[in-house]
Design a protein around this ligand. Sequence first.
Ligand SMILES: Cc1cc2nc3c(=O)[nH]c(=O)nc-3n(C[C@H](O)[C@H](O)[C@H](O)COP(=O)(O)OP(=O)(O)OC[C@H]3O[C@@H](n4cnc5c(N)ncnc54)[C@H](O)[C@@H]3O)c2cc1C
Length: 289
Amino acid sequence: MFAPEFDYYRAGSVAEARELLDAHPDSTVLAGGHSLIPILKLRLAAPAALIDIGRIDALRGIASDGSTIRIGALTTHAEIAASDLLKGKAAALPEAAGQIGDPAVRNRGTIGGNVAHADPASDLPAVLACLGAAFVIEGADGERRVSAPDFFQGLMTTAVGEDEILTGVELSEAGDGEASAYSKFAHPASRYAVIGTAAKVGLSDGVCTSARVVVGGLVPAPVRAGAVEQALVGQAVTTELIAEASRKVGDSLDDDDLLGDVYASAGYRKASAHAWVRGALSAAVARAG
Ligand SMILES: Cc1cc2nc3c(=O)[nH]c(=O)nc-3n(C[C@H](O)[C@H](O)[C@H](O)COP(=O)(O)OP(=O)(O)OC[C@H]3O[C@@H](n4cnc5c(N)ncnc54)[C@H](O)[C@@H]3O)c2cc1C
């Protein structure tokens, strides 16, 4: 299948990309193309122009100032999966990135494209929501930072405006006694997340001091499992407690929002989600302890 015709512009900087978006009203940003090009070929979108940001070096890389990690929007899944900094300070993220698709997708697909596309079956939205990421967006009024609940606005909808560029994401480094993990039920062909769960916990002398659990794949945008978190905080962490708390994940899901398809019905996803919550929590606790 062929994409519809479009004009092509390559931007050399974020400022130039924004100028091009402004000058061409019906235009769309192109990064690695792994989500956008299939959409064009399927004729689900037909923008008049593509603004290629793929060679803007300023949008690449992973760096830390000692407390906050900044990941450029064009950083690929493979680069994230291989990052020792992230493995040590935000382990759920490289763990999830390493499970995305296949090597071709990981080598070319970017973190910015993944989250800007906001597919509910993507891995990174749930992980970044769990890690409390700030999404850095540049527009006419300068730079703004948006938290995950405000960034992911629904099915394939985000806070990035038509003339804006997502320049990167920022994360706090895990502190002493804190760790995170990701566990997913992968679609057997594409590896997209049928269910994806990210957990971050804090432990002190075996007692859970903080817990953050976010589930993806089940509903249009990543959702925090508040009942699971509440069942853990202040308790001595055991295998039994993790299993019991994980079973509360359904309390945070609105039945009207549940997604289902030929691979897994909404009911199946809801009934089995606890197993992946338990997996992510168990791994995070093992790392934190
Ligand atoms: C075979 C296959 C398997 C896959 N499996 C998985 C999987 O297991 N898990 C998973 O999470 N994902 C999976 N994906 C999706 C993949 O992660 C995304 O396609 C990829 O990350 C998108 O990044 P990109 O740079 O290619 O974005 P593009 O395709 O270039 O862009 C995607 C969208 O984001 C917008 N965009 C991109 N960058 C920016 C930016 N900086 N600012 C504003 N808007 C922007 C574009 O306009 C477009 O709308 C799979 C994809 C394929 C093709």
